[in-house]
Design a protein. Sequence first.
Lengths: 114, 115
Amino acid sequence: KAGVTQTPRYLIKTRGQQVTLSCSPISGHRSVSWYQQTPGQGLQFLFEYFSETQRNKGNFPGRFSGRQFSNSRSEMNVSTLELGDSALYLCASSSPPRQGDGYTFGSGTRLTVV
Amino acid sequence: GDSVTQMEGPVTLSEEAFLTINCTYTATGYPSLFWYVQYPGEGLQLLLKATKADDKGSNKGFEATYRKETTSFHLEKGSVQVSDSAVYFCALSGVVSGATNKLIFGTGTLLAVQP
C-alpha cells in the first residue's frame, strides 16, 4: 500500500512569507503528527491530529498551525517565516493512535528560508 | 518531563563488527520504546519497537531489549554491513495529557560502516 506522502519535497521561501505543507497518510490511518528536524534542535514534535481534532501540541509559537481534513489528509502552515524555520518537516501517520504502534513517516519537506 | 538520551556519534565500525548504540530514557508511567533509522535524504523508518518491560524488539538483525530496571533500550547488531550506515534515533512514546503517540526522540547517532 502507498506510504505517507508529503508535498512538496523541497521549498524555498523568503523571510516574512507563509508556507503550507501537505501530508497524505497511509490509507485508513486517522492519526497524523508533524515533527520539525533541524541540526541544532533535533527532532521536535509540532502537533498531532486525530479525526480532525488537534490532540496535542508541541512548544512552538503560534505562527505554526495545522489542520486535518475529513479524509485524514493534513496540512501545516507557517506564517511570517523566519530564517530559523529552515528545517526538514516530517509527517507521520498511525492507526489507531495507540501508544505502542509507532509511526510511519513520510520523506519530509525540506524548507529553506532565505 | 520525559526524555531520551543516546550515545553521541559518530560511531565508525568495520564491516562485520559488533554494534551497540546506548539509549536510556526518563519517563513517567510505562512508555513504549522505538528505534528509528534515517538514511540520507529520507524520512524516518521504524526499525524495531518494544511496548513493555523485558520485551525484545528485533528486525533485520538488529535487537533491543526494554530494560525497566536500568531504563535502557540499547540497540545491538552482531555483524554490521556497509548498508547499515545511517543515523539511528531512539524514541519513546507515552501518554501526555490524555493524548497518545507523541514521540520524544534522542539526538541521533550517526553510524558509519567501512568496508
